[in-house]
Write a new protein. Structure first.
Length: 328
């Protein structure tokens, strides 16, 4: 059956598959849109990605190891360097050249915000800009990449949705009485993200070290928006002047499984350990994961296939734009 993830235009987008830090121990095998890739750090320090299949006898290269930045196949030791070029065939007699087909068909890869982004096709757009990345007042905290047994469309839909807060996030910041969602418009938030602005009262008991405020209930001014295909960004502004920005990245492994990672930027005084900040947001993510892993199947991209209300406007607009971009 042809599904959304078989759409070739999705392969022309950037997708997060791991963190740069994951490559320190050797090659990493990832699956994106049902295809397997090997990712490693080459001699010049650049990240290389290629199909996870040795051109010789098709061993998964991700089972190999990296020596001096070169990827060594675990089966017969063929060795691959910068850009996936085969630089050694150990069984060959001296002076015999490497067969031209021995080079790997490297795919587009970028390392940005501590994340490794792959584009198996021809990049049709750029990785969304996060203007806090180069601002010394902000620090970046990466969370690691998790695997969810959930459909990527459902995850992106969830991250754009605030009406689930009082039901799903009861263990972290959701307030049971706060169910009504104010009317909002979808506007450009900057060059890369479209979304909405709103104010929300949140429970603060678990988040005191994160917000820097003592009150039981605090107001957060927020924006939440999307960049196609599956990136969601929330900015949270506290009365103290603290900004907390979260980038949520979901990647289709296949129709039913996804990679999930989030990245945080904060202009705090850097005293709360990054791990503590991560722990709170991780707990929020775990609440979403618990819910989404119980929802079977893929979210239809066709907006008329599910019932939406005003509060779902961001997701409706995101799905409309995603469907248009994939239709060409
Ligand atoms: S299968 Fe990789 S070197 Fe033979
Ligand atoms: Fe949520």
């Amino acid at each position: 059956m042809t599904t959304l993830i078989d759409n070739p235009r999705l392969a022309d987008q950037w997708h997060v598959v791991c963190e740069g830090a994951d490559l320190a121990g050797g090659p990493v095998g990832v699956t994106l849109l049902r295809r397997h890739y090997v990712v490693w750090r080459a001699p010049a320090g650049d990240v290389v990605a290629a199909p996870d299949r040795c051109p010789h006898r098709e061993s998964p290269l991700s089972l190999g190891h990296v020596t001096d930045g070169c990827l060594v196949c675990p089966y017969h030791g063929w060795t691959f360097g910068d850009g996936g070029r085969c630089v050694a065939v150990p069984s060959a007699q001296p002076g015999v050249p490497v067969p031209p087909k021995a080079h790997l068909a490297a795919i587009a890869v970028e390392e940005r915000y501590g994340l490794v982004w792959l584009c198996p096709g021809t990049p049709a757009a750029k990785i969304p800009a996060m203007r806090w990345e180069d601002d010394p007042a902000y620090r970046r905290i990466n969370s690691g990449v998790d695997e969810w047994s959930a459909n990527t469309l459902r995850m992106t839909d969830n991250f754009l949705d605030i009406s689930h807060f009082p039901y799903v996030h009861t263990g972290t910041f959701g307030i049971a009485a706060n169910t009504q969602v104010p009317k909002f418009e979808i506007v450009p938030l900057d060059e890369d993200f479209a979304g909405y602005e709103y104010e929300v009262d949140v429970a603060n008991d678990l988040g005191k070290s994160v917000s820097g405020l003592d009150a039981e209930v605090i107001k957060r001014r927020m924006t939440t928006g999307f960049a196609l295909p599956f990136t969601v960004r929330s900015t949270i502004h506290y009365e103290t002047g603290l900004d907390h920005i979260i980038l949520l990245c979901s990647t289709p492994i296949d129709e039913a499984r996804s990679y999930f990672t989030f990245v945080i930027w904060r202009n705090d005084d850097f005293t709360v350990p990054g791990e503590d900040v991560i722990a709170f947001d991780r707990a929020i993510g775990a609440e979403d994961k618990r819910m989404l892993e119980r929802v079977p199947g893929a979210l239809p991209l066709d907006n008329t296939a599910t019932v939406s209300v005003q509060a779902d406007r961001a997701s409706v607009e995101w799905r409309r734009r995603l469907a248009a971009s994939l239709a060409g």
